[in-house]
Design a protein around this ligand. Structure first.
Ligand code: DON
Length: 577
């Protein structure tokens, strides 16, 4: 217990009590992997996130009477401190919000290309991509959107003050928290390059040595930056001292983000995209997210009796892969920032288009990705992101996905400001048909232009029934975000799984090109693999990285009770009351 109290030597009694509660919960439910595997139940509030301390920060605010938006904003700011490989103030993300009256709104605080960015900025004189330029350098950073997005979200739809929701994050940065084994190793291995620049090394080491499990890790520069946001709002980040530090960091590394880019950054409220699926309404983020693919795939599968086929059946896997193949082909051609590109959104989500697009599928034979071109709907992206889900008992729910793109983004810290810069520019199509770090390709729709937002796969999603939210889900995982989100939805709606199983069951993924099926261990039985190969599916490949595909931290309302499930593939916790 003493150990955990050191974790955050918070002064606030309420917070300490909550943290004690979380600690006891974690003690009683953690597996040897260090992650909870049970569903957590609550009557009033629920948060499932990748970081135990961030979930606790959000729940602290909700326990003080805050709504789901207040909880989400506090969790997101805390993630920037306790989960710096993806939680951020130097990156961007999306939020889908369901209101008690049934309305759904989405907020886009995705990064933007700087004002002097241009289409060929990552190509050499011969027109070839310069490897690493869009990922590992100051040029990789888009103009950060998180701070504007979070503050705007809070002002419009929260009930708590900016000062209240920022307090847990500031306390965690200033007073520090104990690094667990996983995080110390992660910083030193996945974040190895953090030791390459003095600014990042200052943050991600203990002075003259690497961090170790058990260190009380403090981030004083970040605490001061967060304090400026606390005191001055968006001006505390996009103007003044923080902006000066960002621009000075750009100058050190030939980066191009200017004071003007920062000052002009604004998050955008966009209409959600929606489809119906077996009596449910499925709401997700529209472009510049490509989450519409989740809806397209659901539409293609709806005519089939998925439930009777059963989870893991080869015929169902075949249908899912063929739907994924077609929708990812559409992504490469049609999807980009809607402020710059005419995305045929209505056509893409229509049931008629799904029927037409799926008409050439042979139930007995896999198609070849080389034969699958983009369709013509009417009208014409080591990696880390993080998703968390929040719901309160009044019918307000928030699905929130945020990222720096790669793990620890560009691995570059803004000197003196203590936060990492994203490398989101790699999500643009740097050259037509050239793969990004997620092997995704794109074309004109996602070409680089000044002030344009890069296409994303982040798919924060809310499923509702009769105007009430029933499931809040989403995931990290680059291109696999879409198929992870899809599988959680199918597991709940079609396979009738309890939320814990829906989130935990093994997953697989296909993205049209490259033509391969990646799958988690145990996802396909040997005979299922044989059937898929006999149908002509090629490139079956066990997922080679980490613990699995995605990290779908989800929340559900069932029979009047809130349930939270932390994806057992990674650390973190669901907390509720
Ligand atoms: O927006 C996107 O699609 C990517 N930048 C997401 C990156 C990601 O999910 C890395 N995670 N594991």
């Amino acid at each position: 217990m003493l150990f955990f109290e050191q974790l955050i030597s918070g002064r606030d009694v309420m917070f300490k009590c909550l943290i004690r509660g979380v600690f006891l919960f974690v003690l009683t439910t953690q597996t040897v992997l260090g992650a909870s595997t049970e569903a957590v139940y609550g009557d009033k509030a629920m948060i499932s996130s990748r970081s135990t301390l961030a979930s606790a920060a959000g729940i602290e605010i909700m326990a003080q009477g805050g709504n789901a938006v207040d909880g989400a904003v506090a969790t997101a700011f805390a993630l920037a401190v306790t989960y710096p490989s993806a939680g951020n103030i130097g990156g961007g993300g999306f939020a889908v919000i369901h209101f008690p009256d049934g309305r759904v709104l989405t907020q886009d605080h995705r990064e933007k290309a700087p004002g002097t960015a241009h289409r060929d900025m990552y190509l050499d004189a011969d027109g070839n991509e310069v490897k690493g330029l869009s990922r590992d350098t100051h040029l990789a950073a888009g103009v950060p959107g998180s701070v504007d997005g979070l503050l705007d979200l809070l002002e419009r739809h929260g009930t708590k003050s900016r000062q209240e929701v920022l307090l847990p994050a500031i306390r965690l940065a200033k007073e520090g928290f104990v690094l667990d084994r996983y995080m110390a190793r992660h910083i030193n291995t996945v974040g190895k390059r953090l030791q390459d620049t003095p600014a990042a090394k200052k943050v991600f080491s203990m002075g003259d040595r690497l961090v170790e499990a058990g260190d009380v890790w403090q981030q004083p520069d970040l605490a001061v930056t967060l304090q400026r946001i606390h005191d001055k709002g968006r001006a505390g980040f996009y103007e003044g001292k923080t902006a000066d530090l960002i621009v000075a960091e750009m100058k050190r590394g030939n980066g191009i983000i200017t004071h003007e880019d920062l000052k002009n950054y604004r998050s955008v409220w966009r209409e959600p995209v929606m489809t119906t699926y077996r009596g449910y309404d499925v709401w997700t983020m529209g472009p510049p997210s490509s989450a519409v693919l989740v809806l397209q795939i659901l539409n293609m599968l709806e005519p089939y009796d998925v439930a009777s086929m059963g989870y893991g059946a080869a015929e169902l896997i075949h249908l899912m892969i063929e739907a994924e193949r077609r929708s990812y082909a559409d992504r490469a051609e049609h999807l980009g920032d809607p402020d710059f590109w005419d995305v045929p959104l209505e056509g893409l989500v229509s049931k008629e288009y799904a029927l037409k697009r799926f008409a050439d599928v042979d139930l007995e034979k896999a198609s070849d990705s080389d034969d699958i071109l983009a369709g013509y709907p009417a009208g014409k992206e080591s990696m880390e992101t993080t998703h968390f889900s929040v719901m309160d008992s009044n019918g307000m729910a928030v699905a929130f996905t945020t990222t720096l793109n790669s793990s620890y983004g560009s691995k570059l810290v803004v000197d003196g400001a203590g936060f990492l810069l994203n490398n989101e520019m790699d999500d643009f199509s740097v050259k037509p048909n050239t793969m990004n770090q997620f092997d995704l390709i794109g074309r004109e729709a996602n070409a680089i232009k000044p002030n344009k937002r890069m296409l994303s796969s982040m798919s924060p999603t809310i499923v509702s029934k009769d105007g009430k939210p029933v499931l809040v889900t989403g995931s990290p995982g680059g291109s696999t975000i879409i198929t992870t989100t899809l599988q959680v939805i199918l597991n709940v709606i079609d396979h009738g799984m309890p939320l814990h199983d829906a989130v935990s069951m093994p997953r697989f993924h296909h993205q049209w090109t490259p033509n391969r099926i990646i799958y988690e261990r145990y996802a396909f039985s040997p005979d299922t693999q044989r059937i898929l190969e006999a149908l002509g599916h090629v490139g079956l490949m066990e997922w080679p990285y980490g613990r699995g595909i995605g990290d779908a931290n989800s929340v559900m309302m069932k029979d009047g009770v809130l349930q939270g499930v932390k994806d057992p593939r990674a650390e973190g916790v669901a907390v509720g009351f």
